[in-house]
Design a protein around this ligand. Structure first.
Ligand SMILES: [Fe+2]
Length: 249
């Protein structure tokens, strides 16, 4: 049809469509009054794990040169990871987009960001481990659980309170009880405690502010990033004096 138009009309037709396209671009670039364009931009800003990969592989290579045994290499990485992430200015904000996209029935977002098994050059330097980012919405908490593997938590964004204690197994009934009578705030980029898989590593992580999301990296000495041995879902009670919580499953 456009071929049947006069040159003057063709120019006018093209001019109008160019104006519409330019207006659409300008509105998108400026953002809507409620900031939805900015939000969409953040959703698109995916987390780039290359910075973490570079730091972790460098720490392992340095440890290997210092003759660090392969079975203690993951703990060495965990102890030094925070200060290197901070010095390099690694941003984890891209992981927050997982909260905006929603995760169905999942109570919180969990994302494997490093697996040593994916790097053949590391196989003779370390036992296999994985680093998993746990992203919590404001006020959200993980399920209370213990681990069958070594576990090193490291706060990288926001505030997180850790509630922790121990797990007991009553020999006669076979009932597992978790008593969480301690709590502490994780400190950003500072390793606090590296858990061994025993009866004293039962915990849950809570977003601490109630109004901002948070991210913690957990290093697990397990190739796929799996870690949980038991989940404790049922709250029995809280002791008023000690603040201890009893969980039974
Ligand atoms: Fe854990």
């Amino acid at each position: 049809m456009i071929n049947r138009l006069s040159n003057k009309k063709k120019i006018g037709f093209c001019y109008r469509w160019c104006c519409i396209a330019l207006m659409a671009y300008a509105v998108n670039a400026a953002g809507s009054p409620d900031g939805s364009t900015m939000k969409a931009g953040l959703i698109g800003a995916r987390f780039d794990g290359a910075g973490v990969e570079e730091i972790v592989t460098r720490l392992i290579d340095e440890g290997f040169r210092q003759k660090v045994a392969s079975d203690v290499m993951p703990e060495l990485v965990w102890k030094n990871l925070g200060e290197h992430l901070e010095a390099a200015g690694i941003s984890f904000a891209g992981l927050l987009s997982s909260l905006d996209e929603g995760n169905g029935s999942q109570p919180y977002h969990r994302e494997v960001i490093f697996r040593s098994k994916d790097y053949p050059g590391l196989h003779n330097k370390t036992v296999q481990f994985a680093i998993v980012a746990i992203v919590l919405s404001p006020g959200q908490e993980t399920v209370t659980h213990d681990h069958f593997v070594e576990c090193g938590p490291l706060l990288v964004e926001g505030e997180i309170t850790e509630v922790y204690g121990y797990t007991d197994q009553l020999a006669i009934t076979g009932t597992r009880v978790a008593i969480l009578d301690k709590r502490r705030k994780l400190r950003k980029f500072l390793p606090i405690q590296y858990f061994r898989p025993d009866q004293k590593n039962t915990h849950r992580l809570q977003e601490g502010t109630g109004n901002r999301p948070s991210i913690v990296l957990n290093l697990y000495v397990e190739s796929e990033g799996n870690s949980i041995k038991n989940r404790f879902l049922k709250l029995l009670g809280i002791d008023r004096e000690s603040g201890a919580e009893w969980w039974l499953q």
